[in-house]
Design a protein around this ligand. Structure first.
Ligand SMILES: [Zn+2]
Length: 422
């Protein structure tokens, strides 16, 4: 009797998932394309491409749009992503705001919004605001695509998410612990597949599908703003770790006797790399009497960036200091992970003009020369919509990966994915 290894099926499922993602990514970037062109672009053989494309057509994610003669060989049937396959709702709970995005299946924006949340508002107030904004966003999707279905609701959060049930375990900068977000949303929207993930994971996936990291195999994503998060995308897959918590680079101890972090530890990387750290440097310089255009009572990141552009030495030094700390941490991560691309996103990436040169300098001074030579550091392309665009990518990827599953067991609405798309 032949002994079966339990890993075999998982491997094949993973390969299929990666190949489907690859085909969808190429279709997104290059449609209309033929099956033969897809085979050439992906390196997959033609029969594999044909079988995967047929599956995508059957599920109405892709359709044929006619025959094109190239003058060489047989005319070929062209394929494109079907925008009418359904709409996606993607949300971000940020520190001080909630973002919303609705797209069609080609990730074209149908509607977007960003609402402020009241500073220090109780958790329930923010959750009620989130639910109302989701309802509005669904309504926008229904109006834009009458009769089409909701493919999924993705929620990005600035904290640790338990992947098995979509519970937000801890969001230090919101002060939230143990919020069963997936379950709460599933109760409110019982028919929709729900996806809850860390905002940096989502943003990284968004950059991989739609932004700066397309066509890169080993991507390190760093997101800096109120806090510092990150994610790793390898071969199109998020590296999640044993419990789905991988990528919390902001809480690496870089300064053992440093400042107290909101996570309870001392000297986490994010204590020196955040919007608060920029402010702290500026305030210190002002208190030392250094000449500057900046007013201590009215400090904003935008104000500091503008002052730096106008040559203000205090603003430039503050951004330089934070850029240096960013570069120090990134150099270590590059040594550890050997990525071919580092994408820098989050609120602080608005200061990329000032931060990127410093990050690159530190990287080349500190990382092993082979690691440093193999990697490029670039700014994220999706800006303030990085997380929500990533949510669209997450819904996408999960739909493609498992026709009958949402990825998170809490997602009852995932059963919808088994139904034919009418
Ligand atoms: Zn920490």
């Amino acid at each position: 009797m032949v002994e079966r290894t339990p890993f075999r099926t998982g491997d094949q499922a993973l390969v299929r998932e990666i190949n489907l993602s690859l085909i969808m990514k190429r279709l997104h970037a290059h449609a209309p394309v033929s099956r033969a062109a897809l085979a050439a672009m992906t390196g997959l053989n033609k029969s594999t491409v044909s079988s995967l494309v047929n599956e995508l057509i059957e599920r109405r994610f892709v359709h044929e749009i006619g025959v094109v003669s190239t003058g060489v060989g047989r005319p070929s049937v062209q394929l494109t992503v079907n925008p009418q396959a359904g709409y996606v709702v993607s949300m971000e709970i940020g520190v001080g705001y909630i973002g919303a995005l609705c797209t069609d299946f080609t990730a074209n924006r149908l509607w977007a919004s960003r609402e402020h949340t009241v500073p220090g508002a109780p958790q329930q107030t923010v959750l009620d605001q989130l639910l109302q904004l989701i309802r509005n966003t669904i309504q926008q999707g229904q109006q834009a695509m009458p009769g089409q279905r909701l493919l999924g609701i993705a929620i990005g959060v600035p904290g640790l998410v338990k992947q098995s049930d979509g519970t937000l375990l801890f969001a230090p900068n919101l002060g939230w612990r143990e919020v069963p977000l997936c379950a709460l949303l599933q109760d409110a929207f019982p028919d929709a597949p729900i996806f809850v993930d860390n905002e940096a994971n989502m943003a990284a996936l968004g950059e991989y599908f739609f932004g700066a990291a397309q066509d890169h195999g080993d991507v390190l994503y760093i997101s800096a703003g109120v806090g510092l998060g990150g994610a790793i995308v390898r071969g199109g897959q998020l590296m999640r770790g044993a419990s789905g918590l991988a990528g919390e680079f902001g809480h690496m101890t870089l300064y053992p006797d440093g400042a107290l972090c909101k996570c309870g530890n001392r000297g986490c990387w994010e204590t020196e790399v955040s919007t608060a750290a920029v402010e702290r440097h500026v305030r210190k310089a002002i208190s030392q009497g250094q000449p500057t255009l900046l007013q201590p009572g009215n400090l904003t990141l935008e104000g500091v960036i503008e002052a730096a552009r106008n040559g203000d030495p205090v603003a430039q030094t503050a951004l330089g200091n934070v850029g240096r700390e960013l570069g120090v941490g990134i150099a270590s991560l590059v040594n550890a992970l050997n990525p071919d691309l580092v994408v820098f996103g989050g609120t602080l990436s608005a200061a990329s003009d000032f931060l990127l040169p410093t990050i690159r300098r530190e990287l080349h001074e500190r990382a092993l020369e082979w690691d440093a030579a193999a990697v490029r550091v670039v700014a994220a392309e999706q800006g303030s919509q990085a997380c929500t665009m990533g949510g669209v990518a997450l819904v996408y990827q999960t739909i493609l990966s498992q026709p009958g599953s949402s990825g998170q067991p809490g997602g009852r609405g995932a059963l919808l994915l088994n139904q034919p798309m009418v």
